[in-house]
Ligand binder design. Structure first.
Ligand code: G6P
Length: 369
């Protein structure tokens, strides 16, 4: 096992650090920047199904569901196709309206999640075209779906999903860009700009990992918190949910993710000097709005940990700690902002002496209901 961990203390840390290469593997052979092409057999062979889709319904569980939420923003923004994201366990039992012109995308790292499998079978019965995004080659879900794309992240052993999440987002972004191009909903120059930027993401993830020691200090400061709030807007709202999930999964600290502006409808009541609030406040997107959310937290004595773009000054003035990440275009920020949140949870869990790779009560793959 020590050999498999490759010098890292835990599989989770190893997998966090594998993300630059995992993301590269995900787009290898698919993203042809110089030719301005995205090649994905599963999409190419079924392009008409995708282009004729009235909407895309995404079904998934856990972290994969969060990747689905990011995809909702990406698909709607770039490809202008309406997207709904559903928990597979809810979808399967609520008599959903699914038609033969719907495309259903099922996201699953393991490809074995029982609820996701059941949702796929139901969607197929109703005549939808079902596309799988799986990591495990040959898994049940990859066989049951009509077509699919693998994430190629390599084996993920840590129960808390890390590289599977970022590679799922990578695959889904490639699909969204491909459809956007085919539909003409993106300009040529924007399309090329996205491809070029996507190619720089592994390097930027690598850059983000360099904050590890600083993040360790932040973790030490907040490891004894009983609660923690994660806020983000737009593309980074699902990242806030994922950050909170990571923390509760492995450190057992109660954490909630929220859209930053929704804070005033509830979570703001919880904020006091005991409450760390992790705010994703990168420069793209709704930066000024997020800064004003941070001011509201500060005036209630909340402790602020800002995830900011390199060189940021406004948030730095307000926050107790900032963690910098490299700049990128808005649609790709989740691939970068996720990294410090993974490291923060990891270090808090290690400091609390928790079993990081196998947290209590959780399974890597939930093959029963
Ligand atoms: C379990 C795992 C999570 C995972 C979820 C969905 O809860 O602990 O990490 O996100 O299942 O799994 P899947 O394999 O379908 O992505």
């Amino acid at each position: 096992e020590q050999i498999e961990k490759n010098g890292f203390d835990h599989f989770m840390l190893k997998e966090i650090y594998e993300q630059p290469s995992a993301i590269t593997d995900t787009y290898r052979g698919r993203l042809l920047v110089d030719d301005g092409i995205i090649r994905m057999a599963g999409v190419d062979d079924n392009l008409e199904r995708f282009l004729n889709a009235k909407r895309i319904v995404i079904v998934a569980c856990g972290t994969s569901w969060h990747a689905g939420l990011v995809a909702e923003y990406v698909f709607e923004d770039l490809a202008r196709i309406p997207v709904e994201v559903e928990y597979a366990s809810e979808f399967r039992y609520r008599n959903p309206i699914i038609n033969s012109d719907d495309v259903v995308i099922a996201i699953s790292q393991s490809g074995e999640t029982a609820d996701t499998m059941a949702a796929i079978k139901l969607a197929k019965e109703k005549g939808a075209f079902v596309f799988g995004v799986c990591n495990v080659v040959g898994s049940s879900i990859s066989r049951e779906t009509n077509a699919g794309a693998y994430t190629h992240a390599g084996p993920e052993i840590g129960v808390a999903s890390t590289k599977a999440f970022t590679t799922q987002i990578t695959v889904l972004t490639l699909i969204a860009l491909k459809l956007a191009k085919a539909k003409g909903s993106i300009s040529n120059s924007d399309f090329h700009m996205h491809l070029r930027e996507l190619e720089t993401i592994p390097q930027k993830v690598e850059e983000s990992l360099k904050s590890n020691e600083h993040i360790q200090k932040v973790a030490f400061k907040y490891k004894d918190a009983r609660n923690c709030l994660y806020l983000g807007r737009g593309f980074n709202f699902p990242v806030a949910l994922e950050g909170a999930l990571k923390l509760k999964e492995i450190s057992y600290i109660h954490a909630e993710g929220y859209p930053a502006a929704e804070m005033k409808h509830g979570p703001i009541a919880l904020i006091d000097e005991e409450m760390p609030v992790v705010v994703i406040a990168t420069r793209k997107g709704h930066y000024e709005k997020v800064v004003s959310n941070i001011q509201e937290i500060k005036s209630r004595q909340g402790k602020i940990i800002g995830i900011v773009t390199e060189g940021d000054t406004s948030v730095r003035e307000l926050a107790d700690y900032v963690i910098e990440v490299p700049d990128t275009i808005e649609a790709l920020t989740p691939l970068i902002t996720t990294i410090p949140l993974q490291l923060l949870s990891y270090h808090i869990a290690v400091m609390l002496g928790k079993n990081v790779d196998q947290p209590r009560n959780l399974a890597k793959s939930v093959t029963v209901e």
